[in-house]
Design a protein around this ligand. Structure first.
Ligand SMILES: Cc1ncc(COP(=O)(O)O)c(C=O)c1O
Length: 368
């Protein structure tokens, strides 16, 4: 009989995938955090060109120079962050960047802090690295309670900030990001800033990069959400040159490099016209109105999330069960941490028709 490693057998499977895979025929699946748009044409064309030109071999472990330069330029232009190319590493999606960051930073027993509720990967990857994940209290609109976080930061190893947030759509105000990063770095705590939803913000709100406020910050991003490229598996992290050097020791053995074709496509995405991003943002904004307005009409009232493409309304277990039974598949909030109990995550990266149909079914359940 195969004897599996305890650090893996002890890991719970993703709560999100379970619901996604359980969606039956005729159901409206609002569980998966993936854009329903297609990748923009100019990005696909860059990938086709790379193929036609035979750029199909291994690339440098850390990524092709064109893409590293494009990430450096993007970070300066959009985030106000100054990186040299040797401070950036290209990965197979933000997921691999998160895995590498945790592996490089976390020793056995180290405390890794993240919001509660949070994206499921943070606690899982921290545990896999031998660390002890710890949820931080969130308050109004599920934003991190800064003063409570400060009390927990002493003696911790890593603080994860994810703004805009999956699953809640919360956007941390600049004052909170600054206070958290400054306090964390002073206390010797490295900040991992997961910025994959940075462009999807609403009502004039802006998401700020944590790296602006401290030196010990690992910035994680990807083309996945911004350019509707989840299947291309292309992300990156940026931090110190030493971080890249350490992480590359794992990446070169475990991954070798991100897909060559996806790397050329990503360079075109970052350097090409950005109106495709604006168009997606506008469509998400309209869908957010549709979903929030529809839920409010049913008496499900909650602070409108300012970012990402999720709403996290209050819904007790019984209501969630009945909504799912009516064929609208959502994820119970407790899948994202204890503070998510009594809520559900609804993804609005789906067509307006699908969202309207889902709201009708929810209305049928609520109104009996
Ligand atoms: C907050 C957050 N970070 C990272 C990821 C992973 O992104 P990628 O598809 O680039 O690996 C996701 C995907 O859902 C996410 O929601």
């Amino acid at each position: 009989m195969t004897r599996y490693a305890r650090r893996v057998t002890g890991l719970a499977p993703s709560g999100v995938r379970k619901w996604f895979e359980g969606a039956g025929p005729g159901s409206i699946n609002l569980t998966l955090g993936q854009p329903d748009f297609d990748t923009p044409d100019h990005v696909k064309e860059a990938a086709c060109r790379a193929l036609a030109e035979g750029k199909t071999g291994y690339t440098p472990n850390v990524g092709i120079p064109e893409l590293l330069d494009a990430i450096v330029e993007k970070s300066r232009r959009e985030n106000g962050l100054e990186y040299a190319p040797d401070q950036v590493m290209v990965t197979a999606g933000a997921s691999e960047a998160l895995l590498l960051a945790m592996q490089v930073l976390v020793d056995e027993g180290d405390r890794v802090l993240h919001a509660d509720p949070a994206f499921v990967s943070y606690a899982a990857l921290a545990s896999l690295a031998g660390g002890r994940p710890e949820g931080l209290p969130t308050g109004d609109g599920f934003r991190i309670e800064v003063e409570a976080a400060k009390e927990r930061l002493d003696g911790a190893k890593v603080l994860v900030i994810n703004s805009p947030s999956n699953p809640t759509g919360a956007v941390e105000p600049e004052s909170s990001v600054r206070a958290l990063v400054e306090y964390a770095n002073d206390a010797g705590v490295t900040v991992i800033s997961d910025e994959v939803y940075e462009h999807f913000v609403y009502d004039g709100v802006r998401a700020v990069s944590a790296g602006r406020f401290g030196d010990d910050v690992v910035t994680i991003n990807a083309t996945s959400k911004t350019y509707a490229m989840t299947g291309w598996r292309l992300g990156w992290f940026a931090g110190s040159a030493e971080l890249v050097e350490q992480a590359n020791k794992i990446h070169q053995y475990g991954q070798a490099c991100a897909s060559s074709i996806a790397q050329y496509a990503a360079a075109a995405a970052l350097r090409g016209p950005q109106d495709c991003v604006g168009a997606m943002q506008e469509e998400y904004a309209a869908r957010r109105e549709l979903v929030c307005g529809g839920l409010e009409d049913l008496g499900i009232v909650f602070p409108r999330p300012e970012g990402a493409f999720y709403v996290f309304p209050p819904m007790d277990d019984d209501l969630v069960r009945r909504v799912i039974a009516a064929g609208v598949i959502v994820v119970p909030g407790a899948s994202f941490g204890p503070a998510g109990t009594g809520h559900a995550r609804i993804v609005y990266a789906a067509s307006r028709e699908a969202l309207s149909a889902a709201l009708e079914r929810i209305a049928g359940v609520v109104r009996g």
